[in-house]
Design a protein around this ligand. Sequence first.
Ligand code: CP
Ligand code: NVA
Length: 300
Amino acid sequence: MNLISIADLTPEEILEVLDRADEMKARRNDPSRGEVLAAKSIAAIFEKPSTRTRVSLEVAMTELGGHALYLSSDDLQLGRGETVADTARVLSRYVHAIAARVYHHATVEELARYAAVPVINLLSDLEHPCQILADMMTMRERFGRLEGLKVAWVGDGNNVCNSTILAAALMGMEMVVASPPGFGPNGKILDQADRLGGGTVVVTDPVKAVCGADVVETDTWVSMGDEAEADRRKVAFQRYQVNSDLIRHAADEAIVLHCLPAHRGCEITDDVMDGPRSAILDQSENRLHSVKAVLERLMV
Ligand code: CP
Ligand code: NVA
């Protein structure tokens, strides 16, 4: 089994992963928790920088008794033209799973096609499934449920937004996305969410999206790989800042999420990030517990 898209998991499997992640969190310091990945290794290929994903994965593997190899794509023969297929075939002879953070979603799909071991998407231009598992874990901690929550995404219709749309459709959450014209979510993802039974609402007015929302989520205006468009994007996104004026329209108990890294003063203000509505540090921490549940599911 692979985790390339959050939709690779059924709703029941997502709930099992989240339940296990809760257990992992509660038992983190319990010495009897067991090392379920003893003598197992994962190869983690990174084409782009990372703080949370890399550290949470490496620590998770260590705490589960296994080992993670950090492989910058520049340091692999991949960077000198060895094919993705050959890389997948060879790594499969050494390790028990492959994880990859890539520019093009097709690269992680190709790894999965040729690997003989499970492949995990650590972020592509299309999706970030490990992130949305941590996000849902955080929502459940705060609200005790997912079904029926209203999630408002404010800003770029990017990889994290796409995974949130699919997760909302799978788990019965209401999803509203507010993006500037031309920066909305991927059309195929919206169609897929429709087929899964979740009608995503896409608007241009951030206030309309946030009205009554339980969860307000945002992300950078300039994702890795979009740097050439940075100036144009910063102009287009000016109205799409998550600030105290905007979150006043959300539900009384609303939480604010951001996958990080944040660009304080752009997509989110300091007072919101550091304020009482922010669940952002819990969300970050939950990357560790949720990825442990994923690793156990795929590698044991
Ligand atoms: N949220 C997230 O994936 O962060 P990193 O880019 O630091 O891994
Ligand atoms: N959308 C961001 C997420 C980083 C974790 C990016 O792709 O750069």
